[in-house]
Design a protein around this ligand. Structure first.
Ligand code: NAD
Ligand code: IPM
Ligand code: MN
Length: 352
């Protein structure tokens, strides 16, 4: 019997609602499989914690989390705490602190999920974003001066290192090679004449190392257009922190909405725990109503199972999600139904 230690940070807004379903899913798996169990410790970190303690998580938060096999996160951010405070105080601190330099975000339209593109189905919308997750536009380097005066200024510096670019692009090349998919590099070197030129140069170097991978390079604005016009052209995409942030919300829309989109923040070397979180945020507009879609969170748990080596269970979870979505009987309002968060969670567990 193998026991996995999971740190759970439900966070804010709909985070705790969707996380409850992820926990119940893991419990169900341990009931079904005598070889596997999960020891889940829940941490009450987030915006409420901040309002009480003045920090999003304890100062030794990373030390606490370091002892776990994986971290599950719901969502962070809520009106009352400025977003840059809440996100830099927790989410981005963990991604950077644990060197989770791969943002792994699959975009896959399941049969039965809401469609926004005319004439495009599940066979057309199936791609994986590899997001640079620790530097770039999110480096947090910069400053403000002369605040509150007419001279006030703000500097936000993108930090792009050769090592940082090469490791994320190499990961994407390896993934493209092992899955036999084409690889697209997302750039903007026509305008960003330093950072994205370096990005392109490194991509060109790696193209030579991986002659068997079909590659191309697209400017980010054109990539957004092609994701809508011809999503079938994409297999694996590699992009900087900000570009992939934006394009994966677009991708989420293509797969039925933010309620479907899963993500992982991976430290491939396993030196630190990886963190698994849906792409969506805390959805303050629907929080507390019990109608948030838990599928993104359950799919995120699937990514965690894969990462922990439980790929058989990962596959079964996705099959259970697919069954519930394709039957369409139990669906939250964003999926066109009337079911609650927990009813969808229960339907997926029963489909297991
Ligand atoms: P959001 O993703 O929270 O919501 C955007 C829209 O999608 C809303 O209409 C919301 O109701 C809907 N939506 C999102 N998830 C859903 C789900 N599971 N089921 C049904 N509908 C869903 O984005 P936002 O409104 O721009 O941001 C809200 C807060 O979340 C902000 O504080 C933001 O900084 C934060 N945020 C956090 C994360 C994270 O923790 N990973 C990610 C994105 C945004
Ligand atoms: C995401 C979110 C975060 C990001 C925010 C909340 C900092 O939008 O995970 O996509 O930009 O990475
Ligand atoms: Mn985002």
């Amino acid at each position: 019997m193998k026991t996995f230690k999971i740190a759970s940070i439900p966070g804010d807004g709909i985070g705790p609602e969707v996380m409850a379903e992820a926990h119940k899913l893991l419990e169900r798996i341990s009931e079904l499989d005598p070889e596997v169990s999960f020891e889940i410790d829940t941490f009450p970190w987030g915006c409420e914690y901040y309002l009480e303690k003045g920090e999003m998580m304890p100062e030794n938060g990373l030390e606490i989390l370091a002892g776990y096999d994986a971290i599950l996160l719901g969502a962070i951010g809520f009106p009352g705490v400025p977003d840059h405070v809440s996100l830099h105080g927790l989410l981005l601190k963990i991604r950077k602190g644990f060197d989770q330099y791969i943002g792994f975000r699959p975009i896959k339209l399941l049969p039965g999920a809401p469609r926004v593109l005319v004439g495009k189905g599940p066979e057309d919308i199936d791609m994986i974003f590899i997001r640079e997750n620790t530097e770039g536009e999110y480096a947090g380097v910069g400053g403000r001066m002369y605040e509150g005066t007419p001279r006030e200024l703000a500097l936000q510096t993108g930090v792009f290192t050769r090592a940082g670019i090469e490791r994320v692009q190499r990961y994407a090349f390896e993934l493209a090679r092992s899955t036999g998919r084409p690889l697209t590099s997302i750039t903007k070197s026509n305008a960003l004449n330093y950072s994205m030129v370096l990005w392109d140069e490194i991509f060109t170097e790696l193209v030579k190392e991986y002659p068997e991978v079909e590659t191309n390079s697209l400017l980010v604005d054109a990539a957004a257009m092609f994701m809508v016009r011809s999503p079938e052209r994409f297999g694996v995409l590699v992009a900087s922190n900000l570009f992939a942030d934006i394009l994966t919300d677009l991708g989420a829309a293509l797969q039925g909405g933010l309620g479907f989109a899963a993500g992982a923040n991976i430290n491939p070397e396993g030196k630190h725990p990886s963190m698994f979180e849906p792409i969506h945020g805390s959805a303050p507009d629907i929080a507390g109503k019990g109608i948030s879609n838990p599928i993104a969170s359950l799919w995120t748990a699937k990514l965690m199972l894969d990462h922990l080596g439980l790929t058989n269970w990962g596959e079964r979870v996705l099959a259970a999600i697919s069954k519930v979505v394709s039957e369409g009987q139990v669906a939250t309002p964003d999926m066109g139904g009337k079911a609650t968060t927990s009813e969808v969670g229960e339907a997926v567990r029963n489909a297991l």
